[in-house]
Design a protein around this ligand. Structure first.
Ligand code: CP
Length: 308
């Protein structure tokens, strides 16, 4: 039963619960009209303390497409945060007006912290610093199901900024719960997967390399990621590493015919635009699935999943 629960990291939900969200997302995709009023009279608070395009717009579109409404901010300087109000007081106040809240914040652990202040209102983590991004993971799982038929038994290459990439941290921990998934972590040594994530994995399920060309032919899924400028202490270090990997048509020639390329977006230079027309490039499909899976999540957490 997901009604009333928070989603702070993917481990908060069992595989069965995640499967139920995927099935509801499938039903919504098949029959969006049937779900267009299930959130009538409900309000979603959208609290973005950090920039976002996909997550904020897809959550807001999701709530509107379910017949609900939204309040919130994407610039905290327009809220009483700018007067020094604490996050706890902000959440306790927003709970007076809203049925569910989505929060993105640059500081790791913020979503978990604020969830302690919400007595009845489900809190959804829309990304907390370099920590977790669970709804991107739901998006990624739905995309993998749609293009690869399921999440078991894939070789998944994860390439780019593995140190700061919160979408990657959430996805790797999640996919490790499926059967027979093997990871190839592809990064410069400065941006290696952190030990706290590797610690979740058995040594035999992953390898590490800095050479994308050498491994691309082995992969079923290539998950590219942006070098996260906003998390670097040194601009010089960012500039040195930002173009370490650029996936282009030449590299794609060595990939399997049915490999898929995923990316949580935004991209900067790490995938050349010439790859966008390759049928294996599914990152814009992924962005679209993000809205449907968030519709399913909202409906589940509000307990309104039965279509009208
Ligand atoms: N994937 C993702 O989180 O994108 P935004 O930062 O645009 O929300």
């Amino acid at each position: 039963m997901l009604k009333g629960r928070h989603l702070i990291e993917p481990g908060d939900f069992s595989l069965d619960e995640i499967e139920s969200i995927m099935q509801l997302a499938d039903n919504i995709i098949a029959n969006p009209e049937g779900y267009s009023l299930v959130c009538k009279g409900k309000l979603l608070a959208s609290l973005f303390y950090e920039p976002s395009t996909r997550t904020r717009f897809s959550f807001e579109a999701a709530m509107l497409r379910l017949g609900g409404e939204i309040i919130g901010f994407d610039d905290p300087s327009n809220s009483s945060v700018s007067k020094g109000e604490s996050l706890g007081d902000t959440i306790r106040t927003i709970e007076c007006y809203s049925d569910i809240a989505v929060i993105r914040h640059p500081r790791e652990g913020t979503a978990r912290l604020v969830s302690k202040f919400a007595k009845e209102m489900p809190i959804i983590n829309a990304g907390d610093g370099g920590h977790e991004h669970p709804t991107q993971t739901l998006t990624d799982l739905l995309t993998i199901r749609k293009f690869k038929g399921g999440c078991d038994h894939h070789v998944v290459g994860v390439c780019g900024d593995l140190l700061f990439g919160r979408t990657i941290h959430s996805l790797v921990k999640m996919l490790n719960r499926y059967q027979g998934v093997k990871f190839v972590f592809i990064s410069p040594k400065e941006l290696r997967m952190p030990e706290n994530i590797l610690g979740h994995l058995d040594a035999h399920v992953y390898t590490e390399t800095d050479n994308l060309d050498e491994v691309i032919g082995d992969l079923d899924i290539l998950y590219m990621s942006r070098v996260q400028r906003e998390r670097f202490v040194s601009e010089e270090e960012y500039l040195r590493l930002k173009n370490y990997y650029v996936l282009d048509k030449k590299k794609m020639k060595n990939a399997k015919a049915d490999m898929i390329v995923m990316h949580p977006l935004p991209r900067v230079n790490e995938i050349a635009t010439e790859v966008d027309d390759d049928p294996r490039a599914v990152y814009f499909n992924q962005a679209k699935y993000g809205m449907y899976v968030r519709m399913a999540l909202i409906a589940k957490l509000l307990g309104v999943e039965d279509k009208k």
